[in-house]
Design a protein around this ligand. Structure first.
Ligand SMILES: Nc1ncnc2c1ncn2[C@@H]1O[C@H](COP(=O)(O)OP(=O)(O)OP(=O)(O)O)[C@@H](O)[C@H]1O
Length: 317
């Protein structure tokens, strides 16, 4: 039997560097993204996520490094790559006094999309915009605007979709529906690169990369990123979380204390030192008429990212 040929990665780049003036905004980034994967980019504001995504698909030329996107060279074949990319920028603009359908038709004409009418109809159908086709874009709520933006980005049937903070300011239900659509598209083979600050969005990605000040600090599936962080977390329940937090802040072994309503997440990389700091709170002392309880828990992705952020130094400022 002939073995099935392995599907080549959608993106395979090594050693990418980008400088703006004297600042190195992307520093030696190597990434491989499988076809049909949703790959999330996280990191502090201005840390180079958008620049990295643009380099990966040839929209910007790197100062050093090499690689391929959709099997094409990111340095020499960027025009051919761009034709196969759908890019939803942070500030997607519409013609507010045109309807949804007219906006899509306009975009399709502008990009010379063949078989325009059928493609516009398909995009309207696919994103549940059919019933609203005549509604003016300027009257749409945030969630519907995102859908229209997504419809416009997939009209030309790209193989790679770039989403730059796609759901900023969108309500949770609309975000969930947006992500269901992204997963459907990925299921059909579309590769998706998404930058986000939302942990729930990161958890919906097949793999994530955390970039801080131009450096790729960790990458991989969410579970692996959490497991490999080396972070240990204890959950403290009962009593007054703010007073317990104040007691723990700055103690050896305690690297982070975060209040979640009536609970605390206390984390550090040295489990013995962490437990030594928590010792006075173990064994159920009473506080404000409640028993305080300390249990081991998994760090959340947010715990891991705050930890990474604390560890990274802002070499941009
Ligand atoms: N064309 C440019 N010329 C000069 N500096 C730039 C240019 N584009 C981006 N930068 C700078 O490079 C750094 C990284 O920007 P980038 O937009 O990639 O970060 P980001 O992680 O996507 O940020 P955010 O989360 O705020 O969107 C920033 O300090 C930004 O000001």
């Amino acid at each position: 039997m002939t073995p099935t040929p392995a599907v080549p990665p959608a993106i395979d780049v090594r050693g990418l560097v980008k400088r703006f003036g004297t600042r190195t905004v992307v520093n030696d980034v190597s990434i491989r993204v499988g076809q049909g994967q949703i790959y999330g980019f996280l990191g502090p504001n201005g840390s180079g996520k958008t620049t990295t995504i643009r380099l990966l698909c040839g929209l910007l030329t790197p100062d050093a490094g090499e690689g391929t996107c959709l099997g094409l060279d990111i340095r020499t074949q960027s025009a051919a790559i761009k034709r196969q990319v759908g890019y939803m920028t942070q500030k997607f603009s519409f013609w507010e006094d045109l309807s949804i359908a007219e906006n899509l038709d306009f975009v399709a004409r502008m990009y010379g999309v063949p078989d325009r009418r059928r493609k516009v109809a398909a995009a309207l159908e696919r994103l549940g915009l059919g019933n609203r086709r005549a509604q003016l874009a300027g009257e749409l709520s945030g969630g519907w605007k995102q859908r229209l933006a997504l419809a416009a980005c997939i009209l030309h049937e790209p193989k790679l979709l770039l989403l730059d903070e796609p759901t900023a300011g969108v309500d949770p239900k609309a975000r969930r529906e947006f992500w269901e659509e992204i997963h459907r598209l990925a299921g059909e083979g579309l590769t998706v690169l998404v930058s986000t600050h939302y942990m729930d969005e990161a958890e919906r990605c097949h793999e994530i990369a955390y970039i801080a000040y131009g450096t790729l600090m960790v990458h991989g599936p969410v579970d692996r990123v959490v497991a490999e962080s080396g972070l240990r977390t204890r959950l403290v329940e009962g009593g007054d979380p703010r007073r317990i937090a104040a007691d723990l802040e700055g103690k050896p072994g305690v690297e982070m204390v975060a209040v979640f309503g009536s609970r605390l997440h206390v984390s550090g990389t040295d489990a013995a030192a962490l437990d030594a700091a928590l010792k006075p709170w173990m064994g159920g002392p009473w506080m404000d008429g409640q028993a305080v309880r300390v249990v081991e828990t998994e760090p959340t992705l947010e715990d891991v990212f705050i930890h990474l952020m604390n560890r990274s130094t802002d070499n941009f400022s």
